[in-house]
Structure formats: C-alpha cells, structure tokens
Ligand binder design. Structure first.
Ligand code: ATP
Ligand code: PH2
Length: 164
C-alpha cells in the first residue's frame, strides 16, 4: 500500500484564502503528487508568537512518488513562489507547508523531522487531521488521543470557517 502522507497548510497574511487556494492548486498541479483528501479550513488563534493576525489552517492528505526530502523541497518551492519570507520565528507568513506524516516512516535529519516534532500538541494541526482520520498513528498513539489531551481553551481557538 502507498504511504499515507499528510501536509499542514497555514496562512496569516491577507489575502489568506488566496494563498491557501494557490498552495492547494500548486500541490495539485505537481504531477508527482495526487490530492486524496482536504480537511475543512479552520480559523485559528496564533500559537507561539501571539502578536499577529489569526491563521487559516487546514490539512491535506496526498499520495506521492516523492521521497520525504523531495516532498519537502516541493513544499518549500511552493512557499517561495507565494512570497514566503522567513523573518520572525513562528511569525507571520503568506503560506507555510509542513510535512506532518509520511506513512510510518521516521526521518531525523538537519532539514527534516517526520513526524513533525510539534504536531502532537498543536490544536491547529490535530483538529483538521482528526477530521480526515482520527485513527492515524503518531509515535504509537492515535490522533484522537492527542486531541483529547488538548485543553478547552486550545480547542476553542480552532474554529471551522463558516463562510467561503
Ligand atoms: N516535517 C517538517 N516539515 C517542514 N519543515 C521541516 C520539517 N522538519 C524540519 N523542517 C525544517 O524546518 C525549517 C523551518 O521551517 P519553517 O520556517 O516553516 O518553521 P516555522 O513554520 O516557522 O515553525 P514550525 O516548524 O514550528 O512550524 C525548514 O527549513 C525545514 O528544513
Ligand atoms: N494558529 C497558528 N499558529 C501558528 C501557526 C499556524 O499555522 N497556526 N504556525 C506557526 C509556525 O509554523 C506558529 N503558530
């Protein structure tokens, strides 16, 4: 069976919707990537560096012939083509593409850690991921188990977007 691969998308510089849609379009336009599922889009309060605008976050499940490293490169070139500039750590960005899970592979190099090292405590990742499949395993536990550990406050900061 092909590995199930999950990518998290986040945008918090207007027009956020545009950047999110463009990133999805570019993923779909890559012939080495097949889009399988997309979560809803969520409006989320900024985590970490909090003095910034709210984010739009979502998760996409894809199939790909890329290796994890090649997929990271593809994601980074999408970020760059959409004007992503690295300034403040955790700060504002037009678009951020994080590689969450690549089947049951673990990777730990200077450029890439899979599963994504901070995904297990991030409501803005876990909630959309659980919408696609709450039974996905990360480090021996299922996504719903990590969701259950989130506080009411963390969950309240992640709201499904009502309008389009
Ligand atoms: N699973 C991964 N997905 C994406 N980037 C990763 C991953 N693991 C390591 N990295 C590395 O992290 C570096 C910094 O990424 P980036 O600037 O997007 O961080 P950030 O989005 O500000 O913070 P965070 O990584 O906490 O989401 C990238 O250059 C990349 O090499
Ligand atoms: N709500 C939210 N907060 C964040 C996000 C994000 O995508 N959504 N990304 C970060 C660094 O990658 C830091 N903080």
């Amino acid at each position: 069976m092909k590995p199930r691969v999950f990518i998290a998308l986040g945008a918090n510089i207007p027009p956020k919707n545009h950047y999110l849609n463009e990133a999805l379009r570019k993923l779909e336009a890559d012939t080495s990537i097949k889009m399988i599922h997309q979560s809803s889009v969520y409006e989320t309060a900024p985590v970490g560096y909090t003095d910034q605008d709210y984010f739009l976050n979502m998760v996409a499940e894809v199939e790909t012939v890329y290796t994890p490293e090649e997929l990271l490169t593809a994601c980074q070139s999408i970020e760059q083509s959409l004007g992503r500039r690295r300034t403040i750590k955790n700060g504002p960005r037009t678009i951020d593409l994080d590689l969450l899970i690549y089947g049951n592979e673990t990777v730990k190099t200077e450029q890439l850690t899979i599963p994504h090292p901070r995904m297990k405590e991030r409501a803005f990742v876990l909630v959309p991921l659980a919408e696609i499949d709450a039974s996905i395993e990360i480090d021996g536990k299922q996504v719903w188990e990590y969701v259950n550990k989130l506080s009411q406050e963390e969950l309240a900061d992640v709201r499904k977007r009502e309008t389009d």
